[in-house]
Design a protein around this ligand. Structure first.
Ligand SMILES: Nc1ncnc2c1ncn2[C@@H]1O[C@H](COP(=O)(O)OP(=O)(O)OP(=O)(O)O)[C@@H](O)[C@H]1O
Length: 712
């Protein structure tokens, strides 16, 4: 350590000790205060405050803060150090802020400031505050101990740019089985998204590893801080592609001190709302079909069932059918409960179409039927003779039952099925889709692409109760969502408040997902949506990113390429072998990677069946590995064997991509995206094995980033 670093370290050590003592003192006092369980409302509110304090201080006690920014606000005499942490801490005696919550307006300077001598500014509740930044310092504190002090900007120093040194140190670390928070190194372009206004449908196109998932989770934590009066955690939701992915990201929000946010898949959420009236066909079968090899794979175009049923045009067809249905829903006759009593059709229509117009269809029916019953009661009141009255009452009830058979009580599913029976010209469902759908519906089974239309019909028939409305919705891997899915989610979301994120280059579910973000933005008012692009990739080394970019360039027209953060590592290894050597080569490569420093390793196959077979072989050969299939709910880390399409969203220290051959990855758009997804999962090491002719998507001829030399 040079003298300057030494003195900075000493200074920070003393300051940290003072802060730790204060946090300790406050936490001790709060823990010693008996918990109030009584009925007094004021006491209850005070107890809630104390509990909040206990929770926050317990978080702050190990790691009080991670950053320092010296800022001189215009009009003040000297710079003041601001310490930024995961939660704010106040000196009880002086009221001075010892630690500033990373979500507070002033803390945004720590992230948005990118260097230079010019004035910096941030938005505060009192307007724009301007001033000069003198120092930006990163601090690593673990269990109250100061481990590292790194100055990333110093006004007095030679270089005035904010340095990447600390970021690179964090990116170079190994990963375990959970995604982590990034509060100490949020980048300026990510911070803009995290702090974007609430009532907007935010659409984010971000390259692989650009931090989309991480940023979305931080955005939720920010919203709960900034808009605490308007949003509740339990009314916010994250939609992710599968349960294993949800498990993988489940650590971030608690690390940020946020609990109770719903995390779900679109499928499970819809099935719940529909009260499990239908069940989903095994998604593993769907995946196996769409990810089968070469010519076995069905054609992906706008007539693929997912694209067709996910289109806004289908929503409009359903709208037309619902309007038609509404017009003809009410029976066409007067209601005659018994001779001598007649309820005119005009009256029933008046109740249905005028008086209850604002209710959803099923509710309207319920209200009108209740009204008819009340009308019958009134007619019966006019009859004095009790036996007669009883007889008429029975008859009336019977006739009402018959009358209502012409007025069926539809569920979303019974209504939806009709669209496919060929009698309905408005829906115009292509023959093959209708036939396949009806076959499934007989078993009360539906596919993923049926869920949005079903929920839409459900909402139109029954309305959306206010307790089912979300305050904010995050859709991760949104390129795999259809416009219809987003449109129906919008019905369940207050103020169109969305964070929609994904990467078109990773659109491997093109048979159901979008091809352009405009398919989503056109669903919202022009001034209610904002679009961001993230093109820097933080996950992988420079070599891996350049290699993966080359894969994309070979298979995709005008690809969105990732810009690597300058973190250099080992070259990507591309090793060829004879087909007969396949397993021996995989086993040797895995053993070599296991002996390195990687904590998490993925062995990536092209299909699920290959993953199962390889897992068996590896286990028999003594490797301890977890097989990941479409049904997996928990991600365990260590060595995972999985098909390439299930690696989406995950990351591993090392990736061993087997079967990188021409047979498994053709020169096609879909295969290029698949291979790109597989390659971009690697943080530090990427190895590709090709037992046979090398895939035309793989460029092994750039010696700066690729080696073909076998280490074994
Ligand atoms: N500002 C940052 N500081 C440190 N690490 C970061 C930062 N941004 C992203 N990362 C890291 O980069 C990796 C990728 O992040 P994340 O999974 O959120 O990206 P993504 O865009 O959702 O990726 P993909 O689309 O490829 O699944 C994670 O390990 C994350 O911790």
């Amino acid at each position: 350590m040079d003298t300057e670093t030494q003195s900075a370290y000493q200074e920070e050590l003393q300051r940290l000790e003072r802060t730790n003592v204060e946090i300790d003192k406050q936490l001790k006092r709060l823990r010693e205060t008996p918990v109030y369980y009584g009925p007094d409302l004021t006491e209850q509110a005070l107890e809630a405050q104390r509990e909040h304090g206990r929770h926050n201080l317990a978080k702050a006690i190990d790691e009080a803060y991670f950053g320092r920014l010296d800022f001189q606000e215009s009009g003040t005499a000297s710079p003041a150090p601001l310490y930024i942490g995961k939660t704010g801490v106040e000196d009880e005696r002086t009221g001075q802020l010892l630690v500033i919550d990373w979500r507070a307006p002033v803390a945004s300077l720590f992230y948005s400031f990118t260097g230079g001598l010019d004035a910096a500014s941030y938005d505060s509740p009192d307007g724009l505050i301007e001033g000069l930044v003198y120092l930006k310092r990163n601090l690593v504190v673990r269990k109250q101990i100061l481990q590292r002090v790194v100055d990333t900007y110093d006004r007095e120093a030679d270089s005035l740019a904010v340095g990447d040194e600390f970021l690179l140190y964090r990116l170079g670390e190994n990963k375990d089985n959970k995604l982590r928070d990034i509060v100490s190194t949020i980048q300026a372009e990510q911070d803009r998204i995290i702090r974007a206004a609430k009532n907007t449908a935010l659409i984010i196109q971000g390259v692989a590893g650009s931090g989309k998932t991480t940023v979305a989770l931080h955005r939720l934590a920010f919203m709960l801080y900034q808009y605490r009066e308007q949003v509740r955690a339990e009314r916010m939701i994250i939609f992710a592609p599968n349960s294993m992915f949800l498990d993988y990201i489940s650590g971030v929000l608690p690390e940020l001190g946020v609990g109770n946010i719903q995390q779900n898949t679109f499928t499970d959420w819809v099935l719940d709302v529909l009260d499990h009236e239908v069940k989903l066909a095994d998604p593993a079968m769907t995946l196996q079909t769409w990810f089968s090899l070469g010519s076995a794979r069905p054609v992906v175009d706008d007539n693929a069932p997912g694209r067709w049923k996910g289109a806004v045009a289908f929503q409009h067809a359903i709208d037309a059918r619902l309007s038609e249905f509404e017009k003809t829903y009410v029976p066409s006759d007067d209601f005659i409960p018994w001779e001598g009593a007649r309820l005119k059709l005009a009256m029933i229509r008046e109740w249905f179409f005028v008086e209850n117009k604002h209710y959803p269809l099923i509710k309207r029916r319920e209200r009108v039927v209740a009204r008819i019953k009340r009308w019958m009661e009134m007619q019966l009141d006019k009859v004095w003779e009790q036996t007669k009255k009883k007889e008429l009452k029975k008859k009336g009830a019977q006739r009402l039952r018959t009358y209502l058979t012409g007025w069926p009580e539809h569920t979303a599913f019974t209504f939806y099925k009709q669209l496919f029976d060929g009698k309905d010209s408005a829906s115009n469902v292509p023959g093959p889709i209708a036939a396949a759908s009806l076959k499934r519906f007989k078993k009360k089974e539906v596919e993923l692409e049926d869920l949005a239309p079903l929920l839409y019909i459900h909402a139109r028939l029954n309305g959306v109760p206010s307790e089912q409305l979300f305050d904010h919705v995050v859709i991760d891997e949104a390129q795999d969502f259809s416009p219809f899915q987003v449109a129906v989610l919008d019905m369940y979301t207050r103020n169109h408040s969305f964070t929609i994120l994904g990467d078109l280059s990773q659109g491997i579910h093109a048979y159901q997902g979008i091809h352009d973000w405009k398919e989503f933005s056109s669903l919202f008012e022009a001034n209610g949506t904002a679009y961001f692009e993230l093109d820097r990739s933080y996950r992988s080394t420079m070599e891996i990113i350049q290699f993966a970019n080359a894969v994309l360039e070979r298979g995709v027209d005008n690809p969105l390429l990732a810009v690597p953060v300058f973190r250099s590592g080992n070259k990507v290894r591309v090793l060829q072998a004879a087909p007969a050597q396949r397993f021996a080569q995989i086993a040797q490569a895995l053993t070599a990677l296991e002996s390195g420093s990687a904590s998490t390793i993925a062995v990536v196959t092209r299909t699920e069946r290959q993953a199962q077979e390889l897992h068996e072989q590896l286990t028999a050969a003594g490797h301890e590995a977890n097989l990941i299939t479409a049904h997996q709910r928990v991600y365990r880390g260590g060595i995972s064997v999985l098909p390439v399409y299930l690696t989406k969203g995950l990351e591993f220290d090392a990736v061993l991509l087997v079967d990188a051959t021409a047979k498994h990855y053709e020169a096609s758009l879909m295969d290029a995206k698949l291979l790109y997804v597989g390659c971009t999962r690697a943080l530090h090491e990427l190895w590709l094995l090709a037992p046979g002719e090398l895939s035309p998507l793989v460029a092994a001829d750039n010696p700066d980033i690729v080696t073909t030399v076998s280490p074994f």
